[in-house]
Design a protein around this ligand. Structure first.
Ligand code: GTP
Ligand code: MG
Length: 196
């Protein structure tokens, strides 16, 4: 099991501090508090690989986790969190866009959205941007344990319709880190991208 072997490699404030651009990477992106770090922990079967927090904006660096010498998972800083110094915010957003646009080894993006909330403007920008870049996206509709089955499924179908119409590079599923829902499907997607 490749992902269970993941261990912390390093944190980088921007592209120039990232590890060598070799092998394959899958990056986890989404608004602050969407559940990126929690999902990473569940998918690697580790309690505290990535730091989670009730305080949005906890992850402010690009964090690299190495699965094996050729493959890494990457926890990106959450976007859309305003309560930080504007210069810090701009600096990390710039670091983030350079990473996504220029990182050759980036194979796909796991985009996390809270199942209870409609996609934000920045979520839509991410979808447009990755479409332009030709970067495959897989959306995890997170915290699915917070909704009943019917409403969760309805939100998934609504999103899938949008993706089918305008974002053919993207797929989607329900996910709960708390209940470990959707882990196998997410692993399949990672395997697809990470097959070396
Ligand atoms: P930043 O690093 O700030 O961008 O946030 P993040 O996207 O990494 O979110 P994180 O994983 O730290 O989770 C944010 C909060 O949501 C924490 O309080 C988690 O416990 C909670 N959370 C994450 N996933 C789930 C889930 O599947 N179900 C429920 N109920 N809560 C969750
Ligand atoms: Mg985080």
């Amino acid at each position: 099991p490749l992902y269970q072997k993941a261990h912390y490699l390093k944190s980088a404030p921007d592209l120039s501090h990232c590890p060598e651009d070799e092998g394959y990477e899958v990056a986890f992106a989404g608004r602050s508090n969407a559940g990126k770090s929690s999902a990473l922990n569940v998918l690697t079967s580790q309690k505290s690989l990535a730091r989670t927090s009730k305080t949005p904006g906890r992850t402010q660096m690009i964090n690299f986790f190495e699965c094996d010498e050729n493959r890494r998972l990457v926890d990106l800083p959450g976007y859309g969190y305003a309560k930080v110094n504007i210069n810090v915010k701009q600096a990390w957003e710039a670091g983030l866009s350079a990473y996504v646009e220029q990182r050759e080894c980036l194979r796909g993006m796991i985009l996390l959205m809270d199942v209870r909330l409609p996609p934000t403007e920045i979520d839509m920008v991410m979808l447009d941007w990755t479409l332009d870049l030709g970067l495959p996206v897989h959306v995890l509709l997170t915290k699915s344990d917070k909704l009943k089955k019917g409403p969760a499924q309805a939100n998934l179908l609504k999103l899938k319709k949008l993706l089918k119409e305008s974002y053919p590079h993207a797929t989607a599923q329900l996910f709960s880190s708390l209940k470990r829902q959707g882990v196998d499907v997410a692993w399949q997607k990672l395997d697809e991208w990470m097959e070396y």
